[in-house]
Write a protein that binds this ligand. Structure first.
Ligand code: ADP
Length: 495
């Protein structure tokens, strides 16, 4: 199948979060299934620099952009970067300036990106290649299903699948944006683009895409509920027949302690002996007391409300005060949370090590060196870090929500006996509930002489959250979207 995969980030080119991991590894997994999948991204400076075999190609006649064609680093996956200097050639993050404020023209930038995707989808950019299906990701690509003109359904057009990676980011803009973007006035109603008097890129996709997916079965259910639907639960309920939860996979070529290039000593479920050296290395790097016995708790992630960093601080403070744990954190985001995390490190020197910023090797070192991984997210569409921590023998402590609920099996006495436990989960998302889960974890860790802790580590390390099952599920979904005619034609031609 010819698939155009459109995303605003992809690991290897540019990354701010989990979307990038998925946008690199899902297309690669589809390619291994012999699908003709190609990736399209905005031509951010970092992406242009990282593109392999970069070759410029003219865009459509008169368009203010051209294409940069090449490959995703380390793969043969074809990539098109939309080289639109006015919109994408700027310093800073894909979405915001270095002062943390969103770029004021984000609506124009990502409407521009959407129009370029549509041009590729309609084979108007001289590629002599037209996808049968366009897979879109998050609000930055939200206008594409709309622009591919659902009213002309009689006409051949690629089918669209839209994946919600995080419903909290909806691409909301002032009502006047409709005109600025030259979108038809008749789309201004609550069943199309209007969301409480604002224009919603996300909603455009939820209304017009042929199918919608999100990144875990539990999150797919949760977002149809007013409590977690962020105002879009009604739209999602209306489309529940077309809404599917497919768990993200892990790229174990990058995230496996048996071959990780970033960690001090490699190890595996068959030979855990190297893990202790990673703990010592992490303690040294983060300025922590070199104590092999004190439980070292790790955290990696964007420092935003969602991730529950405030819960983590509050629940860990009494344990730090009592000298019962060490903490190693890496992350960046909201200034208030960054400051609070820095303050915790100053309050407990030698017990808390913090790096504010984005540091890929350190993220690997924390996964490998910590004894427990903390992920008290208030909501979590899928979450990747808990999956990494499972593979690294670092049992995760998670709020039982979204993908965390789908992937971590709580260490209840029954699950421990049954050999299915992989971590610790708690609910609700309160300081008390997190504190209680931590007590359970520390108790099991303290009794590790009895072998149950090591069993817990091994249970997690041997679970398979690779892309195989998920890539198959996406492919099956893509096939269901293709028009019956071409499916029959395909069946006929296969005879
Ligand atoms: P989200 O997509 O909400 O940010 P995920 O858990 O799905 O959360 O994915 C986060 C990804 O980003 C992981 O690969 C994680 O290791 C990485 N990451 C997040 N913050 C940092 C950081 N400060 N340094 C290094 N890697 C980070």
């Amino acid at each position: 199948m010819r698939i155009l995969f459109a995303s605003s980030e992809a690991y290897g080119l540019v990354k701010t979060g989990g979307l990038a991991d998925v946008s690199a590894s899902l297309p690669a997994a589809l390619r291994r299934r012999r699908q003709d999948v190609r990736l399209v991204l905005p031509g951010y400076p970092e992406a242009c620099r990282n593109l392999v075999d970069a070759t410029p190609r003219p865009g459509p006649e008169g368009a203010p952009w051209q294409l940069l064609e090449g490959h995703l680093p380390g793969t043969r996956l074809p990539v098109y970067l939309v080289d639109w200097p006015e919109y994408f050639q700027r310093a800073g993050n894909p979405y915001s300036a270095s002062n943390g404020m969103d770029w004021p023209d984000n609506a124009q930038r990502f409407a521009g990106f959407a129009r370029a995707i549509v041009a590729l989808a309609r084979d108007e950019a001289g590629l002599d290649w037209a996808p049968e299906l366009v897979h879109l990701n998050d609000w930055q690509t939200g206008l594409v299903p709309l622009l591919l003109d659902p009213e002309r359904t009689g006409v051949e057009r690629p089918r669209t699948v839209f994946t919600i990676h995080n419903l909290a980011y909806q691409g909301l803009f002032p009502a006047s944006t409709l005109q600025d973007l030259n979108l038809p006035a008749k789309l201004w109603h609550p069943e199309a683009l209007e969301f409480h008097d604002q224009l919603s890129f996300m909603k455009a996709a939820l209304v017009f895409a042929d199918a919608i997916t999100t990144v875990s079965p539990t999150y797919a259910r949760e977002i149809q509920d007013p409590a977690s639907g962020m105002g879009l639960d009604g739209v999602l309920r209306a489309r529940s027949e077309d809404l599917h939860g497919i768990l993200n996979g892990v790229d174990y070529r990058d995230w496996d302690p048996a071959r990780d290039r970033h960690i001090a000593t490699r190890y595996s479920a068959d030979d855990l002996s190297g893990k202790a050296a990673n703990k010592t290395a992490l303690q040294t790097r983060m300025g922590l007391e070199p104590n092999p016995d004190v439980p070292l708790l790790g955290h990696v992630g964007r420092m935003v409300e969602q991730k529950g960093v405030d819960l983590l601080h509050a629940a860990c403070t009494p344990l730090l005060e009592a000298g019962r744990i060490q903490l190693a954190l890496v992350g960046s985001g909201q200034k208030d949370l960054e400051h609070a995390t820095g303050a915790l490190a100053r309050a407990y020197p030698g017990r808390v090590g913090v790096h504010i910023g984005y540091d890929e090797p350190l993220a690997h070192q924390i996964e490998a060196g910590a004894d427990l991984f903390l992920m008290p997210s208030r909501f979590e569409p899928c979450g990747l870090n808990q999956l990494y921590s499972l593979r690294y023998g670092t049992p995760p402590v998670v709020h039982a929500t979204g993908g965390l609920a789908d992937t971590v099996v709580d260490a209840t006495p029954e699950n421990l006996d049954a050999g299915t436990a992989t971590g610790f989960s708690f609910t609700p998302d309160s300081i008390a509930a997190l504190g209680a889960a931590l007590e359970r974890a520390l108790e099991l860790h303290a009794a590790r002489g009895d072998g149950r802790w090591e069993q817990l580590m091994r249970n997690g390390m041997t679970r398979d959250f690779g892309w195989n099952a998920s890539a198959d599920a996406y492919l099956a979904l893509y096939r269901e979207q293709l028009p019956r005619r071409s499916r029959r034609a395909k069946a006929a031609s296969a005879l």
